[in-house]
Every structure is written in structure tokens, then in C-alpha cells.
Design a protein around this ligand. Structure first.
Ligand code: CAA
Length: 259
């Protein structure tokens, strides 16, 4: 498929990289961009060679949110009948391979929500996160009021969502929203380093790890622990488990076959 609003490439034939690319609109998330992003994510997810995906933007903006001009005149009926937000966004949630968000510049509104849908976020030191929808007379519509409190707790979420203020990279790391902060010129190197580590592991184990961590946000502790244990037990049926443990015992590097 030919993309107009994203740039797609692979690294070492095992990492898929998607860069949002609407520079004049600071990567505002138009329907076209979200459709293309969903398509590219699904293609990488289905590609047997790809073990990890990086989602990034530009130096100035990961994404400045939903596309304001296209929604400015929406009525309730337009938003409700068109299932505004849901249609494109559920695709991202269904990706089973690990997705790393490499965030520089603004990650606002839907941009912050998109970053939070990644499995973890590596931020450049110029990153700014925010849910400023309140300033437009609305509220976050793609998970901001649900994922942000799970990441940073109620007080900081209320502060962000009610005042619309931005959080810089240092505050975001301190609050647990991002896993690492690096200088801007090292962002892609850092994200790629992490992605290559993940891509060299057993794909089935990495997918199970992602599924199990995500389960923590959907279940009671005892249900989550049972879910984890069953996946853990199941991995003993894989060749990769035999390979990983044999390699450890024989002091060699494992070669996972994703089986
Ligand atoms: N949609 C469409 N275009 C946008 C945009 C958006 N969300 N954000 C920025 N742009 C455009 C601007 O209109 C501007 O275009 P023009 O040059 O044609 O005027 C261009 O990007 C550059 O923006 P600025 O001149 O404003 O750049 P700045 O550096 O002065 O400010 C900014 C940057 C702080 C990100 C500011 O652009 C801004 O506040 N943007 C809006 C952020 C926002 O409110 N996001 C939430 C959207 S609602 C949402 O996302 C709902 C949801 O939950 C899914």
C-alpha cells in the first residue's frame, strides 16, 4: 500500500519503524493517518520476520492530537454515528507484537493517547505530554482519562486533564509515564537498541509477556496471576523455551526460532 501520511521502513529485517508524517499539522491524527497507521501496524504484526515495532513522529511533534479542523464542525450525531475515535484506534490495541513509542516534541491529546497505547515509551528530552482537550471544550476521547491515571495516578491525571497543562520529559519519567529519557539526537538509536533486543528474543514469549502485562489492567490480581501462570506453563510447550534454557546451560547465545 502507498502511504501519504506515514513513513514506513524496516531495520535489520526484524524491526518495523513507522514515523507519523504530517509535518505541517504537527502530525495531527487525521482519519487518513489513522487508517494508514492501522494498516502498517497490521502488516508488521503479520510479518513473521518482524519482532518489534517502533512508532515515532518528528523532532517537533510525535503528534499534536486529533485533527482539529476536521472535527470542529462535528455534531453529536456525526461523532456518535461515525463512531469517532473508536473505528481507527481499536486496530492499534489489537497489535500483538511489542510496540515501542519513541516520542520527541509534542504528544498532546490523541498524540499522548497514542503514545500511551504503545507498550512502553522512550522519550527525548524535548518531549511534552498533555491532554489539553478541556481547552477545546471537550475531554480526551481516545483513552486519556483511563490510561493516564493507570500510568501516573489520579492526582497528576486530574491536574493534566482539568488544567490542560503539559508535562515535560523529566516529569513524565518521574511519574512513570515513560520508561527512559534520552537526548533528542539519541532517541532513535536508543529505541532501535531496545527494539533489536526484543526482536532477537522468542516472539511467542514476547507476545505472551505483552498479553500478560496488559491483562493486569483488565483483571483482579488473582485472575491476572492465574492468566500469567497459564501462559507461563504454556511456554514450556515451545521449542524456544528448550533453546533458551539449553543455551543458558551451555553458555551460548540462544537462537530462537519462534516456535
Ligand atoms: N490539528 C490540526 N492542526 C494542528 C493541530 C491539531 N491538533 N495542532 C497543531 N496544528 C497545526 C496548527 O494549526 C498550525 O498550522 P498552520 O501553520 O496552518 O496555522 C501548525 O500545526 C503549527 O502549529 P502552531 O503554529 O500552533 O505551533 P506552535 O509551536 O505555536 O504550538 C502546539 C504547538 C502547542 C502543539 C499547538 O499547535 C497546539 O496547542 N495544538 C493543539 C493541541 C491540542 O489541542 N490537541 C488536542 C486535540 S483534541 C484530541 O486530541 C481529542 C482526542 O482525545 C483524540
Amino acid at each position: 500500500m502507498h502511504y501519504e501520511t506515514i513513513l514506513v521502513r524496516t531495520e535489520a529485517d526484524k524491526v518495523g519503524i513507522i514515523a507519523l508524517n504530517r509535518p505541517k499539522q504537527l502530525n495531527a491524527l487525521s482519519d487518513q493517518l489513522m487508517d494508514e497507521l492501522g494498516h502498517a501496524l497490521k502488516a508488521f504484526d503479520a510479518d513473521e520476520n518482524i519482532g518489534c515495532i517502533i512508532l515515532t513522529g518528528s523532532e517537533k511533534a510525535f503528534a499534536a492530537g486529533a485533527d482539529i479542523p476536521s472535527m470542529a464542525q462535528y455534531s453529536f450525531v456525526d461523532a456518535y454515528k461515525g463512531d469517532f475515535i473508536t473505528r481507527n484506534w481499536e486496530t492499534i490495541r489489537s497489535v500483538r507484537k511489542p510496540v515501542i513509542g519513541a516520542v520527541s516534541g509534542f504528544a498532546l491529546g490523541g498524540g499522548c493517547e497514542l503514545a500511551m497505547m504503545c507498550d512502553f515509551i522512550i522519550a527525548a528530552d524535548n518531549a511534552k505530554f498533555g491532554q489539553p482537550e478541556i481547552k477545546l471544550g471537550v475531554i480526551p476521547g481516545a483513552g486519556g482519562t483511563q490510561r493516564l491515571p493507570r500510568a501516573v495516578g489520579k492526582s497528576k491525571t486530574m491536574d493534566m486533564v482539568l488544567t490542560g497543562r503539559m508535562m515535560d520529559a523529566t516529569e513524565a519519567e518521574r511519574a512513570g509515564l515513560v520508561s527512559r529519557v534520552v537526548p533528542l539526537d539519541k532517541l532513535m538509536e536508543e529505541a532501535l537498541g531496545a527494539a533489536l533486543i526484543v526482536a532477537d528474543l522468542s516472539q511467542v514469549a514476547a507476545m505472551a509477556a505483552k498479553e500478560s502485562v496488559n491483562r493486569a489492567f483488565e483483571s483482579s490480581l488473582s485472575d491476572g496471576l492465574m492468566f500469567e501462570r497459564r501462559l507461563f506453563h504454556g511456554l514450556f510447550a515451545t521449542e524456544d523455551q528448550k533453546e533458551g534454557m539449553d543455551a543458558f546451560l551451555n553458555k551460548r547465545k540462544p537462537e530462537f526460532k519462534n516456535r
